[in-house]
Ligand binder design. Sequence first.
Ligand code: FAD
Length: 481
Amino acid sequence: MDADIVVVGCGIAGLSAAAAAHEAGARVVVLERAPKEERGGNTRYTEAYLRMNSIDEVSDDFEEKLALFGGGHLDPSLVDLTSGGRGDWPSILKSMSFADPDVIATFAENAGPALRWLRDKGVRFDFLPTAFITTTTPRLLPIGGGLAMVEAVCAYLEAQGVPILYDTAARDLIMREDGGVGGIRATGARNKPVVVNARAVVLACGGFEGNQEMQARYLGPRALFLRPVCRGGNYNKGEGIRMALDIGAAPCGDFGGWHAEPIDPRSGISEPSIFIFPYGILVNREGKRFTNEAPASVDACYEEITRQIHYQSEGMAYCILDGKITDVPGYHRAIKTDQPAITGNTIAELAGKLGMPVSVLEQTIASYNAACGVGTFKALEVDGLATHGVTPEKSNWARPIDTAPFQAYPIISANVFTYGGLKVNPDAQVVNADGEVIPGLYAAGETMGLFYKTYTGSTSVLRGAVFGRIAGQHAARMMNQ
Ligand SMILES: Cc1cc2nc3c(=O)[nH]c(=O)nc-3n(C[C@H](O)[C@H](O)[C@H](O)COP(=O)(O)OP(=O)(O)OC[C@H]3O[C@@H](n4cnc5c(N)ncnc54)[C@H](O)[C@@H]3O)c2cc1C
């Protein structure tokens, strides 16, 4: 096939790229690994919280948080150079693995316009209840979640006659003699080769959360205990990242990191999350506490805590609650699993059901209970009701676990998406290891690298919409030059 622009992936990033490029007059083809009924990757399954004060304005801390978690211990002499004109940046800075401040600024500036553009395609937005009982930042939601976004933009593309090739997985980039990208080689049903010659390629095919080999390579052997948070993540096998690295693209984003979300491993539903642990305690399989369960509002600390869970034996912990949990208004919103709690009328009975040493769990809970402070429990605010004299401490909502029935939920870390990806400039163009643009190659969404260590929550769908749209517009504009 021939096209002006081939877009790989049918999530929010790919769909935004395809629609924007089509609107700008380009002949677009979309490749999607999944069958039509499962199109849309992670986007299909997310509720898609958006870190927005309103449809037009990002949260107050948006750029600050992205910059704060924008790298490791960066060399200040290089970071200082970012205050100068981009044209004067040395090549090592242009290709450096960190969150480029111009990319962050572009992200913030274009979030509102991208959402308004999606609204024009039929997606409606509102502030709706979330799984977080306490929050630090506003979250706007598309009504109907990510699925509503996928269906709205797919309907637009279908009405416009833009072909979407399902069951077709991109494998390799076709290179032109002048060093630019000239299309893509893919595999269709029954391993049939598919070749699309194009003047630009937008890689929007997710991270590598669906690829055990890449996860073990980049995240380490404990990746065995991770799994995608939903079915859609299994389609994201990292080819977009791999094929671009193979032709010399610069990496960006934390290749050792992933967005960690606490889920119930017993459940097969999408996103069976457990966000209730700040009101109880977490113990490992040995029956011991290992972390402060409530250092802050749950939305601001769950990822760090989930990472701690991942480092326990078998990558697992149990959240232990007592009968007082029903005092917490809306507590059921924070328990999305479809599996019942494991219950006991005594701690010993519960420990027996969990296969834990009874005396250890009894001792853990007795020490914790003895350390619970005196004060007023306020479920809906960070109440400062802390433990005293137990390690690890618990900073908030520290009430004794003393009222039957005692309940437990197992928790593992899901790999919602991986952080390692491709280095892009503010136009979503992929740059090579020397900071030079690779002509005709773009990346958006999870395929582009941006996050390090701690995810700035509720920005991944936005990232896909913003940089997908920018990639499509820029690629179409470049054709006319
Ligand atoms: C359950 C869940 C809850 C989440 N909650 C939030 C949230 O509240 N807020 C937020 O901002 N983010 C959230 N996220 C993360 C966010 O949804 C995703 O990171 C984002 O939607 C990714 O968009 P994308 O277009 O980059 O990738 P995806 O939506 O995953 O799309 C990638 C597409 O590429 C296709 N593909 C993969 N490989 C190939 C290939 N080789 N060839 C062709 N096609 C290929 C896949 O089939 C898929 O359609 C959540 C994710 C999940 C799963």
